[in-house]
Design a protein around this ligand. Structure first.
Ligand SMILES: *[C@@H]1O[C@H](CO)[C@@H](O)[C@H](O)[C@H]1NC(C)=O
Ligand SMILES: *[C@@H]1O[C@H](CO)[C@@H](O)[C@H](O)[C@H]1NC(C)=O
Ligand SMILES: *[C@@H]1O[C@H](CO)[C@@H](O)[C@H](O)[C@H]1NC(C)=O
Ligand SMILES: *[C@@H]1O[C@H](CO)[C@@H](O)[C@H](O)[C@H]1NC(C)=O
Ligand SMILES: *[C@@H]1O[C@H](CO)[C@@H](O)[C@H](O)[C@H]1NC(C)=O
Ligand SMILES: *[C@@H]1O[C@H](CO)[C@@H](O)[C@H](O)[C@H]1NC(C)=O
Ligand SMILES: *[C@@H]1O[C@H](CO)[C@@H](O)[C@H](O)[C@H]1NC(C)=O
Ligand SMILES: *[C@@H]1O[C@H](CO)[C@@H](O)[C@H](O)[C@H]1NC(C)=O
Length: 369
């Protein structure tokens, strides 16, 4: 009897668990499908103008992209005057990251006053995969916020990308500050805009610095420069100006030739590990009360931070003394681990470092950890 009763209970329990499990699986699948559906619906993939279902390596229509690439023609007096120019560096395939940005902090790019801020995505325009190329052209047509550079994709090109970006910025804009930022960075843009007028107008180098035995360097994920620093970068001798696969090392090499600079190491920037992998960010409220930005905000985290931002002007503290953070301001590219160590070469002549053209996957995929 006891035995039978037990068996009945076990059978009943098994039934209930199996049922619960199946219901859970059903809802999970439905939920994911719905998510995917929303993504697809949001995507500019309807391919009205450009075909996408054709031979992917056929480049007979590459010219279609070529005439849409950025140029460096100086606009002279016709330059757009802005307080802040933001360039988000993004790989062509990162549509979902761009959407997350567009639907969160990007909205403040068009708040009110037009001479405050201009926001653009910049991606590599020499795309050999035809499907990818057509997707980017569609997206560019639809959102009008993407610029294409005369560059192939790949991780050896962060330095060139940056050089191209600042050449374009200086030719087209009259900006007071330039922010170069990654596509997985959540930004408290209103907070930033409200405090910029209180920051130094010259010599400013602002972001998250690393400090290690004997050297310091600014991380390329978030870099703000006052306009004069950008002009000094561009005024370097074109024959001897050095390039490096990584923009941050290249910037530090350039900065070592500039005498006057204010290094602003901003601890309100969350740099690493990626915000998506930090528990604190999954339940944070009013993130912009304590932060200016958070790196590694992938997918849902970006949307979550967008909802929990309370982005607005806050109290502004003075720039902390850099020496309290790091005991030197020197830089030396030779002390990096082999993974990051490359010999700088003159930018002239488009040097390469044999790093391949694969897309930089980043920490989301366990790269560069
Ligand atoms: C695609 O186009 C390339 C270049 O025109 C050609 O070499 C290749 O054979 C084509 N592939 C297919 C599957 O048609
Ligand atoms: C692409 O553009 C170049 C220069 O503008 C031109 O010489 C060439 O014929 C074009 N190719 C095609 C396939 O249209
Ligand atoms: C500025 O714009 C005016 C009017 O469109 C044009 O005539 C002029 O050539 C432009 N100047 C430069 C330097 O591009
Ligand atoms: C718009 O923003 C610029 C740059 O911050 C500022 O100089 C200007 O006074 C602002 N204009 C208005 C009408 O608020
Ligand atoms: C080309 O790009 C599309 C869209 O991103 C991708 O699905 C496809 O696998 C790519 N093809 C090749 C040969 O890499
Ligand atoms: C400078 O700081 C680095 C990194 O914190 C440390 O390893 C080094 O010992 C310090 N050197 C001096 C002279 O304080
Ligand atoms: C620029 O650099 C080249 C190569 O190092 C050098 O020959 C040239 O004299 C430099 N030009 C100026 C204006 O300093
Ligand atoms: C949002 O930020 C403002 C300015 O810092 C602050 O006064 C306010 O309390 C914050 N809102 C909430 C809900 O905490």
């Amino acid at each position: 009897m006891v035995c039978n009763k037990k068996r009945v209970i076990i059978v009943a329990l098994t039934f209930v668990s199996v049922w619960t499990c199946m219901t859970f699986v059903y809802f999970t699948i439905t939920f994911h499908n719905q998510e995917r559906l929303t993504e697809v619906q949001n995507a500019p993939m309807a391919a009205t103008k450009y075909q996408t279902d054709v031979n992917e390596t056929d480049d007979s229509d590459l010219n279609e992209t070529l005439h849409q690439l950025i140029d460096f023609k100086d606009l002279g007096r016709n330059k757009t005057a802005v307080l802040l120019l933001i360039i988000v560096t993004t790989a062509p395939a990162r549509f979902e990251r761009r959407q997350a940005v567009r639907e969160t902090w990007w909205k403040h790019c068009s708040d009110g006053n037009q001479s405050q801020v201009e926001c653009v995505f910049m991606t590599d325009g020499l795309i050999t995969n035809r499907t990818q190329r057509n997707l980017i052209l569609n997206e560019k047509d639809e959102y009008k916020d993407i610029k294409l550079q005369l560059l192939k994709g790949g991780r050896g090109q962060f330095g060139f990308r940056f050089l191209n970006q600042i050449k374009w910025a200086a030719a087209k804009f009259n900006f007071q500050y330039l922010l170069r930022i990654d596509d997985d960075y959540f930004l408290c843009l209103k907070r930033l805009l409200s405090e910029l007028p209180l920051r130094p107008k010259q010599n400013l180098v602002w972001g998250f610095f690393h400090c290690q035995a004997g050297i310091t360097w600014l991380d390329e994920a978030f870099m703000i420069f006052s306009e004069d620093i950008i002009q000094k970068f561009l005024a370097q001798n074109q024959s001897s100006m050095l390039c490096h696969p990584h923009a941050d090392q290249q910037v530090m090499l350039w900065l070592s030739n500039i005498l006057h600079k204010t290094y602003f190491h901003d601890t309100r920037l969350h740099h690493a590990p990626p915000a998506s992998f930090v528990a604190r960010f999954s339940s944070i409220s009013n993130v912009c009360d304590s932060h200016l930005g958070a790196h590694g905000a992938y997918g849902k985290t970006m949307y979550y931070l967008g909802l929990r931002a309370n982005d607005s002007s806050k109290d502004v503290s003075a720039i902390p003394v850099f020496a309290r953070f790091c005991n030197n301001t020197k830089f030396d590219h030779r002390v990096f681990n082999p993974e990051w160590r490359y010999e700088p070469k003159p930018c002239k002549g488009n040097p390469t470092w044999n790093l391949g053209n694969e897309m930089w996957l980043g920490k989301e995929a366990g790269q560069g950890v």
